[in-house]
Design a protein around this ligand. Structure first.
Ligand code: NAD
Length: 463
């Protein structure tokens, strides 16, 4: 659809007509669209990676891993499981309703709106699209204007490879998003920050439209004083990757900060510093392995978090930046004040505060005293601590001894809780998120109990 031209009435009318025609309910149609996404990823790999480099400074390998590879895996998973997902499921019925049988039937919701974010522009658009197609909906996608090259590639490739009577892309920013939200959809799937999440939910409430909100927040990593040197080496590698390795820390499930024991902190800082140098070189300004900050506004925001004097004095590694290249060096901070913005706001950039505690178990109360995170990470083999973390904290997900990796597990739901959002997707959960599970019941006339019908009399109570 390209640039915003009007109020979207004709486009939405077409999507509604296509939905009503029943075309998108055909399994063959759903498969063809999923195959179309595979073709986009295969044929247009270079365009996609170039766009990701231009907008976000992502290296081709990172772009392939996080967007092409991950989405290809998800499409293949959907194609393999579509028949199973869409087949009706028999439901057991109580004896009281004999004779009867029943089933659960998944039906598509209708015309759905997907609003996505800029940090993984292809993944965060295609993942929900896969679910919406698998479930048989028609779709309008609004990518983020903050990654404009990626937005354009999405618009062009979707136009060229998918059925445009059923799947459309609308490019633009808040104004366009706001205009879209004036319309009635059958589902809105939103990825982004909580402020716009509230706008989306308010607009959806007017039409009682169901929403999924994929938001963010501060994801803590609890790092126990790991004893084996092998485990320590791998853990440190994974922490560095979980902070700086995916879009330079601009990921909703990136490690936001570390909680560790006071006595282990000096060892951890030394290990992290050593490995940052090994990965990004002595002059990280020259690395091609960290994505840039998306724009000047975000650059200033992250810099401000760092430039607060009480925070600046807690830097133990890094701290330099280059506004021209929108680059901030991987930076480690030890015990910045807990009331500073760096510890109260989502960082969404390559700054890694380490907060020290007397005992590692204190991390549980630390996390519980703050909004529910999208993800919690625990680097520990201590089963007692693992159990405590699972039972006594609340988060979208909890992962032990790694970070971010849970995102690619098709069998795990992805989504938040509390302030980190609600609704869940990926794999079968995406299909369900864009479906309605309809209860279907068949009754026979063989037996009929008279006590269920009026007129009432006390004799009926004795039956
Ligand atoms: P954002 O909320 O500024 O924008 C998200 C989308 O909403 C964009 O497409 C934008 O154009 C649109 N939008 C903005 N104003 C709008 C309006 N008034 N009406 C309708 N649409 C509007 O968020 P962002 O800066 O793109 O993303 C950063 C946040 O998103 C972080 O908090 C991050 O944690 C979160 N995030 C979450 C996930 C997840 O999967 N849970 C993934 C990526 C990012």
């Amino acid at each position: 659809m390209g640039a915003f031209v009007g109020d979207f009435e004709p486009e939405l009318k077409e999507l509604r007509e296509t939905f009503n025609s029943g075309k998108t309910r055909e399994i063959s149609w759903r498969k063809a669209q999923l195959q179309g996404i595979l073709s986009i990823l295969k044929d247009r790999e270079n365009d996609i990676c170039k766009a990701l480099n231009q907008d976000l400074g992502k290296h081709h390998v990172e772009a392939y891993r996080d967007e092409i590879g991950t989405v290809t895996k998800s499409v293949n998973h959907a194609l393999r499981n579509l028949k199973k997902w869409t087949s009706s499921k028999k439901a057991k019925m109580a004896l009281a309703s004999f004779p009867s049988n029943a089933k659960l039937v998944h039906e598509p919701l209708g015309v759905v709106l997907i609003i996505s974010s800029w940090n993984f522009p292809f993944g965060l658009s295609f993942e929900p699209i896969i679910g919406a197609i698998s479930a048989g909906n028609t779709i309008i996608l609004k990518p983020s204007e903050l990654a404009p090259t990626c937005s354009l590639v999405l618009a062009k490739t979707i136009r060229d490879y998918l059925d445009n009577t059923a799947i459309k892309v609308v490019e633009g920013g808040p104004y366009v998003g706001d205009r879209l939200l004036q319309h009635k959809f059958d589902k809105i799937f939103y990825t982004g920050g909580p402020r716009v999440g509230q706008i989306v939910m308010t607009a959806a409430a007017k039409n009682l439209t169901p929403v999924t909100l994929e938001l963010g927040g501060k994801c803590p990593a609890v790092v126990d004083s790991i004893s084996s040197s092998w485990d320590k080496k791998i853990a440190v590698k994974r922490i560095i990757w979980g902070k700086f390795g995916a879009c330079g820390g601009q990921a909703c499930i990136a490690i936001d900060y570390i909680l560790t024991q006071k006595k282990f902190a000096p060892i951890l800082v030394e290990l992290l510093t050593k490995y940052i140098r090994k990965t990004f070189g002595d002059n990280p300004m020259q690395t091609n392995s960290i994505a840039k900050i998306i724009n000047k506004k975000q650059f200033s925001r992250v810099k401000e978090l760092l430039d607060e004097p009480s925070v600046k004095s807690s830097i133990v590694y890094g701290g330099s930046s280059n506004e021209e290249n929108l680059f901030i060096e991987p930076t480690i901070l030890l015990d910045p004040p807990l009331d500073a913005a760096i510890m109260t706001e989502e960082i969404f950039g390559p700054l890694l505060p380490i907060i020290t505690l007397e005992n590692i178990e204190d991390s549980i109360n630390f996390i519980r005293a703050r909004p529910k995170p999208l993800a919690i990470y625990g680097f520990t083999n201590n089963e007692k601590l693992q159990k405590k973390m699972i039972c006594e904290t609340s988060s979208g997900s909890i992962t032990f001894n790694d970070a971010i990796i849970q995102y690619v597990a098709d069998t795990l739901p992805f989504g938040g809780v509390g302030g980190s959002g609600f609704g869940r997707y990926h794999g079968k959960f995406s299909f369900e998120d864009f479906s309605h599970q309809k209860a279907v019941m068949f009754r026979g006339y063989l037996i009929d109990f008279g006590f269920r019908y009026p007129p009432w009399n006390n004799k009926k109570l004795q039956l």
